[in-house]
Design a protein around this ligand. Sequence first.
Ligand code: AR6
Length: 178
Amino acid sequence: MEIIIEGATISLLKGDITLEETDIIVNAANSRLAGGGGVDGAIHRAGGPAIMEECRKIGGCPTGSAVMTTGGKLSARFVIHAVGPIYKDGLHNEPMLLESAYRGSLKLAVQKGVGSIAFPSISTGAYGYPVDAASKIALSTVLDFVGDNKGSLDLVRFVLFSDPDYGVYSRTLRSLTE
Ligand code: AR6
């Protein structure tokens, strides 16, 4: 599914984000930038050790923030490591922290002057954020950002790892743009 807003394409795909050819792919990292399972494990495996070397130098990243490294062997030139919240009950600042992880990533991409960025569904795997609520935050943050930063990004893509997640993101995008 794809829509164009203010000249920027917002696209949803089902697939493996490590294969994306956008300038940047975003990793759902932890605050120690220590690597792990899920999309984090997949990105480090596919991108090779150069990514972890830079993560070690950076040292860490607070929840709700994002940092950038090389893309190593990936097609993407850069990886943004965004740290989403661990979901408890929705009453511990989780929505604000998730929005801030997305917004911080988008700002870094614009600062770098690149045109395209791909996100996974941050926090909805090991960190337990309900995907419906997370999709609303993810997509509304992106839509707000491209509206406020016209001409800065050509393509913002979400790469969803399952059919159900793709379905949820599609419904949310439709409901936010109708
Ligand atoms: N491409 C796209 N999406 C993927 C891929 C992939 N190759 N692999 C998994 N996903 P998670 P989190 C989806 O757990 O919830 C790690 O250990 C997955 O199905 O990767 O933010 C980190 O080190 C889910 O929809 O990230 C942290 O400690 C989404 O990516 C912690 O997990 C996010 O799931 C972060 O947890």
